[in-house]
Design a protein around this ligand. Sequence first.
Ligand code: CP
Ligand code: NVA
Length: 303
Amino acid sequence: MLLRHFLSLRDLSPEELKRIIERASELKSMRRRGDRHRPLIGKTLAMIFEKSSTRTRVSFEAGMAQLGGNALFLSPRDTQLGRGEPIEDTARVISRMVDAVMIRTFAHATLERFAAHSCVPVINGLSDDVHPCQLLADLQTYREHRGDIRGRTVAWIGDGNNMCHSWINAAALLDFKLKIACPPGYEPDQRFVDAAAEHVEILRDPHEAARGADLVTTDVWASMGQEEEQAKRSAAFSSYRVDSKLMSEAAPDALFMHCLPAHRGEEVTADVIDGPQSVVWDEAENRLHAQKALLEFLLNASA
Ligand code: CP
Ligand code: NVA
């Protein structure tokens, strides 16, 4: 069987991405019905977290248990990684003992180095570059609420960060338009923009980006690892808050998404994130279903 990794959405073809999203909704219905579905009995997922997590950890751990397998939580603090064992050696060793590895880390190159020395699938649970597991859940959520995203317009408001990069990748794969509003100096990495050029527009004015959009989405102003830039970033992003005025520029049935955790009163106001257009709790729940579909796909276990 061909070894597949999931370091970026770009590791999937558009057809594979659509199939995983559809399967995620099927697995959700199966769980709601109480069906027993255990294709991963005897399988183990190792999870290496170099950054904090609530959703990613719980969804992978619960997902593996529901599919009949196990998940191991590993942090650099309690493993030899924290004492300097090379990532390549760690990859060789861990991948001989488990069936898949999920990593949340800083530099994307760490994931690539691990994957290059792993004999089992490696999943990106967030890097400084991208957060593809979140996009699986977000795309599933859009489809469940509004149908096909092809030809629609998504507005990204705020930092050109890992989530923004994953939305750019999604726009290219599923053929929708992404309008990004960000302050100068906080644009997404040009590599991502260039690879999706005809799907992406970069603007300064958040109102222009939101105008007529089918979905408005944002993320924190300071990501994990940027804590010391918080004050500088708060000043730079102060006019990039998603509030009810900004939402009123979007299509009347526009959805609001946020990967969470959110800071009410910073990147989004409480009335928006807790309001009727917000689907953030569905997004969070769908992490579970979407990653179960991903695990089935990577471990060739959907039968
Ligand atoms: N959205 C997301 O990845 O959340 P966690 O950081 O809690 O895993
Ligand atoms: N951009 C955020 C996403 C958290 C899920 C971060 O990297 O911290």
